[in-house]
Design a protein around this ligand. Structure first.
Ligand code: 4AD
Ligand code: MG
Length: 430
Protein backbone atom coordinates (compact mmCIF):
# COMPACT_ATOMS: atom_id res chain seq x y z
CA UNK A 1 0.00 0.00 0.00
CA UNK A 2 1.43 3.36 -1.07
CA UNK A 3 1.75 5.83 1.80
CA UNK A 4 3.98 8.56 3.29
CA UNK A 5 6.36 8.65 6.25
CA UNK A 6 3.96 10.91 8.17
CA UNK A 7 1.27 8.21 7.89
CA UNK A 8 3.26 5.10 8.89
CA UNK A 9 1.72 5.00 12.38
CA UNK A 10 -1.49 3.82 10.70
CA UNK A 11 0.25 0.81 9.18
CA UNK A 12 2.18 -0.82 12.04
CA UNK A 13 2.99 -4.47 11.21
CA UNK A 14 1.90 -4.00 7.58
CA UNK A 15 3.84 -3.72 4.37
CA UNK A 16 3.91 -0.24 2.78
CA UNK A 17 5.49 1.40 -0.26
CA UNK A 18 6.91 4.94 -0.02
CA UNK A 19 8.60 7.23 -2.57
CA UNK A 20 11.78 8.42 -0.83
CA UNK A 21 15.21 10.03 -1.08
CA UNK A 22 18.28 8.72 0.70
CA UNK A 23 19.37 11.27 3.31
CA UNK A 24 22.24 9.18 4.65
CA UNK A 25 23.43 5.59 4.85
CA UNK A 26 25.37 3.46 7.30
CA UNK A 27 26.43 -0.09 6.62
CA UNK A 28 27.84 -2.87 8.75
CA UNK A 29 28.51 -5.72 6.36
CA UNK A 30 25.32 -7.70 6.44
CA UNK A 31 22.97 -4.89 7.37
CA UNK A 32 22.41 -1.41 5.90
CA UNK A 33 20.73 1.47 7.73
CA UNK A 34 19.05 3.84 5.28
CA UNK A 35 18.04 7.29 6.53
CA UNK A 36 14.99 8.00 4.38
CA UNK A 37 13.02 11.17 3.78
CA UNK A 38 9.95 11.80 1.64
CA UNK A 39 9.12 15.43 2.37
CA UNK A 40 6.59 14.54 5.06
CA UNK A 41 9.20 13.25 7.49
CA UNK A 42 12.25 11.11 8.18
CA UNK A 43 12.44 7.39 8.99
CA UNK A 44 15.16 4.77 9.22
CA UNK A 45 14.95 1.80 6.87
CA UNK A 46 16.81 -1.35 7.87
CA UNK A 47 17.78 -3.84 5.18
CA UNK A 48 19.24 -7.22 6.19
CA UNK A 49 21.17 -9.18 3.57
CA UNK A 50 19.89 -12.58 4.60
CA UNK A 51 16.25 -11.47 4.45
CA UNK A 52 16.00 -9.85 0.99
CA UNK A 53 16.72 -10.82 -2.60
CA UNK A 54 20.26 -10.37 -3.84
CA UNK A 55 18.95 -7.78 -6.28
CA UNK A 56 17.34 -5.67 -3.55
CA UNK A 57 20.51 -5.87 -1.43
CA UNK A 58 22.71 -4.79 -4.35
CA UNK A 59 20.41 -1.93 -5.26
CA UNK A 60 20.58 -0.66 -1.68
CA UNK A 61 24.38 -0.84 -1.84
CA UNK A 62 24.35 1.25 -4.99
CA UNK A 63 22.35 4.11 -3.40
CA UNK A 64 24.17 7.42 -3.09
CA UNK A 65 23.04 10.36 -0.95
CA UNK A 66 19.84 11.92 -2.41
CA UNK A 67 19.15 9.01 -4.77
CA UNK A 68 15.41 8.61 -5.33
CA UNK A 69 13.58 5.30 -5.10
CA UNK A 70 10.47 3.47 -4.00
CA UNK A 71 11.02 1.48 -0.86
CA UNK A 72 8.82 -1.39 0.27
CA UNK A 73 8.95 -2.56 3.86
CA UNK A 74 7.14 -3.46 7.06
CA UNK A 75 6.42 -0.72 9.60
CA UNK A 76 7.69 -1.43 13.14
CA UNK A 77 7.35 0.59 16.29
CA UNK A 78 10.74 1.64 17.59
CA UNK A 79 11.00 3.75 20.71
CA UNK A 80 14.62 4.73 20.11
CA UNK A 81 13.87 6.55 16.86
CA UNK A 82 12.67 10.19 17.01
CA UNK A 83 9.58 9.45 14.92
CA UNK A 84 8.81 6.28 16.94
CA UNK A 85 8.87 4.03 13.87
CA UNK A 86 11.26 2.09 11.68
CA UNK A 87 10.92 0.32 8.35
CA UNK A 88 12.16 -3.23 7.80
CA UNK A 89 12.97 -3.03 4.10
CA UNK A 90 11.83 -5.93 1.93
CA UNK A 91 12.42 -4.47 -1.52
CA UNK A 92 13.30 -1.30 -3.38
CA UNK A 93 13.16 0.09 -6.87
CA UNK A 94 15.57 2.84 -7.91
CA UNK A 95 14.25 5.91 -9.75
CA UNK A 96 17.54 7.81 -10.04
CA UNK A 97 21.03 7.34 -8.65
CA UNK A 98 22.04 10.87 -7.61
CA UNK A 99 25.34 12.42 -8.69
CA UNK A 100 27.82 13.51 -6.02
CA UNK A 101 25.68 15.59 -3.67
CA UNK A 102 27.39 18.81 -2.58
CA UNK A 103 25.89 18.93 0.91
CA UNK A 104 27.45 16.08 2.85
CA UNK A 105 26.77 15.23 6.50
CA UNK A 106 29.99 17.05 7.47
CA UNK A 107 29.93 20.75 8.49
CA UNK A 108 29.61 23.43 5.82
CA UNK A 109 30.03 27.20 6.04
CA UNK A 110 26.97 29.46 5.90
CA UNK A 111 27.84 31.03 2.54
CA UNK A 112 28.23 27.59 0.96
CA UNK A 113 24.87 26.50 2.37
CA UNK A 114 23.20 29.74 1.23
CA UNK A 115 24.59 29.21 -2.30
CA UNK A 116 22.96 25.78 -2.20
CA UNK A 117 19.71 26.88 -0.60
CA UNK A 118 17.74 25.00 -3.29
CA UNK A 119 19.27 21.78 -1.91
CA UNK A 120 19.80 22.82 1.71
CA UNK A 121 15.98 22.92 2.07
CA UNK A 122 16.06 19.11 2.14
CA UNK A 123 18.00 18.91 5.40
CA UNK A 124 16.36 17.83 8.62
CA UNK A 125 16.89 21.22 10.25
CA UNK A 126 15.57 23.35 7.38
CA UNK A 127 12.65 20.98 6.99
CA UNK A 128 11.75 21.44 10.67
CA UNK A 129 12.00 25.26 10.55
CA UNK A 130 9.85 25.57 7.44
CA UNK A 131 7.25 23.17 8.79
CA UNK A 132 6.98 25.37 11.88
CA UNK A 133 6.59 28.35 9.51
CA UNK A 134 3.76 26.48 7.81
CA UNK A 135 2.06 25.79 11.14
CA UNK A 136 2.24 29.50 12.05
CA UNK A 137 0.64 30.35 8.69
CA UNK A 138 -2.09 27.76 9.24
CA UNK A 139 -2.76 28.97 12.79
CA UNK A 140 -2.86 32.59 11.59
CA UNK A 141 -5.67 31.86 9.13
CA UNK A 142 -7.50 29.87 11.79
CA UNK A 143 -7.20 32.58 14.42
CA UNK A 144 -8.44 35.41 12.24
CA UNK A 145 -11.18 33.38 10.57
CA UNK A 146 -12.42 32.19 13.97
CA UNK A 147 -12.47 35.76 15.29
CA UNK A 148 -14.58 37.37 12.58
CA UNK A 149 -11.83 38.85 10.40
CA UNK A 150 -11.93 38.58 6.64
CA UNK A 151 -8.81 38.37 4.49
CA UNK A 152 -8.24 41.29 2.16
CA UNK A 153 -5.29 41.41 -0.23
CA UNK A 154 -3.71 44.86 -0.58
CA UNK A 155 -1.74 45.61 -3.77
CA UNK A 156 1.98 44.84 -4.06
CA UNK A 157 2.61 47.58 -6.64
CA UNK A 158 1.81 50.91 -5.03
CA UNK A 159 1.98 54.58 -5.86
CA UNK A 160 3.22 55.79 -2.49
CA UNK A 161 5.05 54.82 0.66
CA UNK A 162 3.35 53.60 3.84
CA UNK A 163 6.23 53.59 6.30
CA UNK A 164 8.62 56.32 5.17
CA UNK A 165 10.44 56.88 1.94
CA UNK A 166 13.98 55.85 2.78
CA UNK A 167 13.70 52.13 2.12
CA UNK A 168 11.32 51.98 -0.84
CA UNK A 169 11.95 49.64 -3.76
CA UNK A 170 11.44 51.64 -6.91
CA UNK A 171 10.23 50.18 -10.19
CA UNK A 172 8.85 51.47 -13.47
CA UNK A 173 5.09 51.26 -13.96
CA UNK A 174 4.93 51.79 -17.73
CA UNK A 175 5.78 55.49 -18.00
CA UNK A 176 5.12 56.18 -14.32
CA UNK A 177 6.88 55.34 -11.06
CA UNK A 178 5.79 52.65 -8.65
CA UNK A 179 7.06 51.07 -5.45
CA UNK A 180 6.89 47.56 -4.06
CA UNK A 181 4.69 47.44 -0.98
CA UNK A 182 6.49 48.13 2.31
CA UNK A 183 3.20 47.62 4.22
CA UNK A 184 -0.39 47.09 3.15
CA UNK A 185 -1.64 49.12 6.09
CA UNK A 186 -3.10 52.16 4.35
CA UNK A 187 -5.16 49.91 2.08
CA UNK A 188 -6.16 47.78 5.05
CA UNK A 189 -7.55 50.91 6.72
CA UNK A 190 -9.78 51.42 3.68
CA UNK A 191 -10.78 47.75 3.91
CA UNK A 192 -11.59 48.05 7.65
CA UNK A 193 -14.04 50.86 6.85
CA UNK A 194 -15.74 48.51 4.39
CA UNK A 195 -15.58 45.19 6.29
CA UNK A 196 -14.94 46.01 9.97
CA UNK A 197 -12.25 43.51 10.87
CA UNK A 198 -9.76 42.53 8.17
CA UNK A 199 -6.33 40.99 7.83
CA UNK A 200 -3.78 40.69 5.08
CA UNK A 201 -0.91 38.28 4.65
CA UNK A 202 1.56 39.13 1.98
CA UNK A 203 5.09 39.83 0.81
CA UNK A 204 6.66 43.06 2.00
CA UNK A 205 9.72 44.81 0.61
CA UNK A 206 12.21 47.02 2.41
CA UNK A 207 15.30 48.29 0.61
CA UNK A 208 17.04 48.55 3.97
CA UNK A 209 20.80 48.51 3.96
CA UNK A 210 20.68 46.47 7.17
CA UNK A 211 22.79 43.37 7.51
CA UNK A 212 21.54 42.01 10.81
CA UNK A 213 20.15 38.63 11.81
CA UNK A 214 16.68 40.21 11.96
CA UNK A 215 16.46 41.93 8.57
CA UNK A 216 15.32 40.60 5.23
CA UNK A 217 14.80 42.63 2.07
CA UNK A 218 11.68 40.62 1.26
CA UNK A 219 9.60 39.26 4.13
CA UNK A 220 6.01 38.31 4.88
CA UNK A 221 3.75 40.36 7.09
CA UNK A 222 0.35 39.72 8.65
CA UNK A 223 -1.56 43.00 8.97
CA UNK A 224 -4.89 43.04 10.82
CA UNK A 225 -6.89 46.28 10.89
CA UNK A 226 -9.98 46.83 13.06
CA UNK A 227 -12.70 49.50 12.96
CA UNK A 228 -14.25 50.72 16.26
CA UNK A 229 -11.15 49.42 18.09
CA UNK A 230 -8.84 51.44 20.29
CA UNK A 231 -5.18 50.92 21.18
CA UNK A 232 -5.90 48.86 24.33
CA UNK A 233 -8.34 46.55 22.53
CA UNK A 234 -5.79 46.04 19.79
CA UNK A 235 -3.15 44.94 22.33
CA UNK A 236 -5.56 42.29 23.61
CA UNK A 237 -6.05 40.88 20.12
CA UNK A 238 -2.28 40.87 19.60
CA UNK A 239 -1.53 38.90 22.76
CA UNK A 240 -4.31 36.42 22.02
CA UNK A 241 -3.05 35.93 18.47
CA UNK A 242 0.58 35.42 19.49
CA UNK A 243 -0.46 33.03 22.27
CA UNK A 244 -2.55 31.06 19.77
CA UNK A 245 0.26 30.58 17.26
CA UNK A 246 2.80 29.59 19.92
CA UNK A 247 0.42 27.06 21.48
CA UNK A 248 -0.50 25.70 18.01
CA UNK A 249 3.17 25.08 17.22
CA UNK A 250 3.66 23.37 20.59
CA UNK A 251 0.68 21.15 19.89
CA UNK A 252 1.29 20.31 16.23
CA UNK A 253 5.07 20.49 15.74
CA UNK A 254 6.52 18.34 18.50
CA UNK A 255 8.84 16.42 16.18
CA UNK A 256 10.11 19.61 14.56
CA UNK A 257 10.77 21.35 17.90
CA UNK A 258 12.64 18.24 19.03
CA UNK A 259 14.69 18.14 15.82
CA UNK A 260 15.71 21.76 16.53
CA UNK A 261 16.45 21.11 20.22
CA UNK A 262 14.08 23.95 21.11
CA UNK A 263 13.61 24.51 24.85
CA UNK A 264 9.82 24.15 24.85
CA UNK A 265 9.46 25.06 28.53
CA UNK A 266 10.11 28.66 27.44
CA UNK A 267 7.29 28.45 24.89
CA UNK A 268 4.85 26.90 27.34
CA UNK A 269 4.98 30.11 29.39
CA UNK A 270 3.67 32.16 26.46
CA UNK A 271 0.09 32.84 27.58
CA UNK A 272 -1.86 36.11 27.43
CA UNK A 273 -1.77 38.65 29.00
CA UNK A 274 1.68 39.98 28.13
CA UNK A 275 3.49 42.61 30.21
CA UNK A 276 3.25 46.24 29.03
CA UNK A 277 5.76 48.99 29.74
CA UNK A 278 5.77 52.52 28.40
CA UNK A 279 8.63 53.95 26.36
CA UNK A 280 9.44 56.14 29.39
CA UNK A 281 9.73 53.07 31.61
CA UNK A 282 11.83 51.33 28.97
CA UNK A 283 14.27 54.26 29.01
CA UNK A 284 14.50 53.96 32.81
CA UNK A 285 15.05 50.21 32.57
CA UNK A 286 17.81 50.70 30.00
CA UNK A 287 19.56 53.25 32.19
CA UNK A 288 19.45 50.77 35.09
CA UNK A 289 20.98 48.18 32.80
CA UNK A 290 23.92 50.40 31.98
CA UNK A 291 22.83 52.15 28.78
CA UNK A 292 23.84 55.49 30.29
CA UNK A 293 23.77 57.63 27.18
CA UNK A 294 20.31 56.70 25.89
CA UNK A 295 18.10 59.78 25.79
CA UNK A 296 14.37 60.32 25.63
CA UNK A 297 13.41 60.68 21.94
CA UNK A 298 15.85 58.12 20.58
CA UNK A 299 14.67 54.96 18.88
CA UNK A 300 15.70 51.56 20.24
CA UNK A 301 18.15 49.33 18.40
CA UNK A 302 18.62 45.58 18.66
CA UNK A 303 20.86 45.73 21.78
CA UNK A 304 18.25 47.85 23.60
CA UNK A 305 15.42 45.49 22.65
CA UNK A 306 17.43 42.48 23.77
CA UNK A 307 18.25 44.12 27.11
CA UNK A 308 14.59 44.99 27.73
CA UNK A 309 13.43 41.48 26.75
CA UNK A 310 15.83 39.93 29.29
CA UNK A 311 13.65 41.24 32.11
CA UNK A 312 10.61 39.22 30.94
CA UNK A 313 9.85 35.61 30.10
CA UNK A 314 6.94 36.58 27.82
CA UNK A 315 6.84 38.98 24.90
CA UNK A 316 6.65 42.56 26.20
CA UNK A 317 4.74 45.51 24.74
CA UNK A 318 6.59 48.82 24.72
CA UNK A 319 3.88 51.47 24.39
CA UNK A 320 3.64 55.25 23.91
CA UNK A 321 6.75 56.02 21.86
CA UNK A 322 7.62 59.63 21.11
CA UNK A 323 5.55 61.00 18.21
CA UNK A 324 8.71 62.25 16.53
CA UNK A 325 10.17 58.76 15.89
CA UNK A 326 6.99 57.04 14.73
CA UNK A 327 4.99 56.99 11.48
CA UNK A 328 2.77 59.91 10.44
CA UNK A 329 -0.51 57.98 10.81
CA UNK A 330 -0.22 57.16 14.55
CA UNK A 331 -2.75 58.80 16.87
CA UNK A 332 -1.27 61.04 19.57
CA UNK A 333 -2.18 60.21 23.16
CA UNK A 334 -4.99 62.72 23.96
CA UNK A 335 -3.48 63.21 27.46
CA UNK A 336 0.05 63.74 26.20
CA UNK A 337 0.58 64.91 22.63
CA UNK A 338 4.29 64.11 22.46
CA UNK A 339 3.67 60.36 22.54
CA UNK A 340 1.51 58.16 20.32
CA UNK A 341 -0.95 55.33 21.04
CA UNK A 342 1.31 52.63 19.70
CA UNK A 343 3.16 49.51 20.77
CA UNK A 344 6.00 47.36 19.58
CA UNK A 345 5.91 43.77 20.78
CA UNK A 346 9.39 42.51 21.68
CA UNK A 347 9.92 38.75 21.64
CA UNK A 348 11.76 37.05 24.51
CA UNK A 349 15.26 35.57 24.25
CA UNK A 350 16.66 38.34 22.05
CA UNK A 351 14.62 37.80 18.88
CA UNK A 352 13.62 41.46 18.73
CA UNK A 353 10.51 43.30 17.59
CA UNK A 354 7.93 40.98 16.08
CA UNK A 355 4.95 43.38 15.96
CA UNK A 356 4.56 47.07 15.28
CA UNK A 357 1.09 48.55 15.72
CA UNK A 358 -0.95 51.59 16.71
CA UNK A 359 -4.26 53.35 16.86
CA UNK A 360 -4.57 55.48 13.71
CA UNK A 361 -5.39 59.17 13.40
CA UNK A 362 -9.11 59.39 12.62
CA UNK A 363 -9.38 63.19 12.58
CA UNK A 364 -9.16 64.78 9.12
CA UNK A 365 -7.56 68.04 10.21
CA UNK A 366 -4.87 66.42 12.29
CA UNK A 367 -4.01 63.99 9.49
CA UNK A 368 -3.74 66.91 7.04
CA UNK A 369 -1.42 68.64 9.49
CA UNK A 370 0.77 65.53 9.72
CA UNK A 371 0.91 65.36 5.93
CA UNK A 372 2.36 68.85 5.89
CA UNK A 373 4.85 68.13 8.68
CA UNK A 374 6.04 64.98 6.93
CA UNK A 375 5.97 66.72 3.52
CA UNK A 376 3.68 64.05 2.09
CA UNK A 377 2.31 65.88 -0.91
CA UNK A 378 1.97 62.84 -3.16
CA UNK A 379 -1.50 62.83 -4.82
CA UNK A 380 -1.52 59.07 -4.23
CA UNK A 381 -2.41 59.86 -0.61
CA UNK A 382 -5.65 61.65 -1.46
CA UNK A 383 -7.73 58.53 -1.19
CA UNK A 384 -6.30 57.91 2.29
CA UNK A 385 -7.46 61.34 3.49
CA UNK A 386 -10.92 60.65 2.10
CA UNK A 387 -11.32 57.79 4.57
CA UNK A 388 -11.51 60.51 7.26
CA UNK A 389 -14.27 62.40 5.46
CA UNK A 390 -16.92 59.72 5.27
CA UNK A 391 -17.79 58.13 8.60
CA UNK A 392 -14.37 58.19 10.23
CA UNK A 393 -14.15 55.95 13.32
CA UNK A 394 -11.48 55.04 15.90
CA UNK A 395 -9.46 52.19 14.44
CA UNK A 396 -6.28 50.30 15.16
CA UNK A 397 -4.09 47.71 13.54
CA UNK A 398 -0.73 46.06 13.60
CA UNK A 399 1.80 44.14 11.54
CA UNK A 400 3.48 40.91 12.61
CA UNK A 401 6.68 39.91 10.80
CA UNK A 402 6.40 36.22 9.94
CA UNK A 403 10.11 35.41 9.71
CA UNK A 404 11.08 36.98 13.04
CA UNK A 405 8.20 35.11 14.64
CA UNK A 406 9.36 31.83 13.09
CA UNK A 407 12.92 32.56 14.25
CA UNK A 408 11.75 33.08 17.82
CA UNK A 409 9.37 30.12 18.06
CA UNK A 410 11.73 27.69 16.33
CA UNK A 411 14.79 29.06 18.17
CA UNK A 412 16.61 29.92 14.93
CA UNK A 413 19.41 32.46 15.31
CA UNK A 414 19.12 34.18 11.89
CA UNK A 415 16.00 35.00 9.85
CA UNK A 416 17.70 33.78 6.65
CA UNK A 417 16.77 30.21 7.61
CA UNK A 418 13.11 31.02 8.26
CA UNK A 419 12.06 31.77 4.65
CA UNK A 420 12.55 29.32 1.78
CA UNK A 421 14.60 31.63 -0.46
CA UNK A 422 15.88 34.61 1.54
CA UNK A 423 16.58 37.96 -0.13
CA UNK A 424 19.40 39.64 1.75
CA UNK A 425 21.47 42.76 1.19
CA UNK A 426 24.06 40.85 -0.85
CA UNK A 427 22.04 37.91 -2.04
CA UNK A 428 19.36 37.23 -4.63
CA UNK A 429 20.62 33.71 -5.57
CA UNK A 430 19.20 31.11 -5.73
O1 4AD B 1 7.10 47.94 12.47
P1 4AD B 1 6.77 47.84 11.02
O2 4AD B 1 7.61 48.61 10.05
O3 4AD B 1 5.24 48.23 10.91
C1 4AD B 1 4.51 48.44 9.80
O4 4AD B 1 4.90 48.26 8.66
C2 4AD B 1 3.09 48.82 10.07
N1 4AD B 1 2.54 49.51 8.89
C3 4AD B 1 2.30 47.58 10.39
C4 4AD B 1 0.84 47.88 10.66
O5 4AD B 1 0.54 48.55 11.64
N2 4AD B 1 -0.05 47.39 9.82
O6 4AD B 1 6.82 46.31 10.57
C5 4AD B 1 6.03 45.36 11.24
C6 4AD B 1 6.84 44.11 11.54
C7 4AD B 1 8.02 44.34 12.48
O7 4AD B 1 7.62 44.32 13.82
C8 4AD B 1 8.90 43.14 12.15
O8 4AD B 1 8.44 41.97 12.80
C9 4AD B 1 8.67 42.98 10.65
O9 4AD B 1 7.44 43.60 10.35
N3 4AD B 1 9.75 43.57 9.88
C10 4AD B 1 10.75 42.88 9.28
N4 4AD B 1 11.02 41.57 9.26
C11 4AD B 1 12.10 41.15 8.56
N5 4AD B 1 12.91 41.99 7.87
C12 4AD B 1 12.68 43.33 7.88
N6 4AD B 1 13.48 44.14 7.17
C13 4AD B 1 11.55 43.82 8.60
N7 4AD B 1 11.01 45.05 8.81
C14 4AD B 1 9.94 44.88 9.58
MG1 MG C 1 8.53 48.68 13.75
Amino acid sequence: MKTTISEVSKHVGKEVKIGVWLANKRSSGKIQFLQLRDGTGFIQGVIVKSEVSEEAWNQAKELTQESSFYVTGTVREDHRSPSGYELTVTDLSIIQIAQDYPITPKEHGTEFLMDHRHLWLRSNRQHAILRIRNEIIRATYQFFNDNGFIKIDPPILTGSSAEGTTDLFHTKYFDRDAYLSQSGQLYMEAAAMAFGKVFSFGPTFRAEKSKTRRHLIEFWMIEPEMAFTDHEESLEIQEQYVTFIVQSVLKNCQLELKALDRDTSKLEKIQAPFPRITYDEAIELLKEKGFDDIEWGEDFGAPHETAIAESFDKPVFITHYPTSIKAFYMKPDPNREEVVLCADLIAPEGYGEIIGGSQRIDDLELLEKRYEEHKLTDPAYEWYLELRKYGSVPHSGFGLGLERTVAWISGTEHVRETIPFPRLLNRIYP
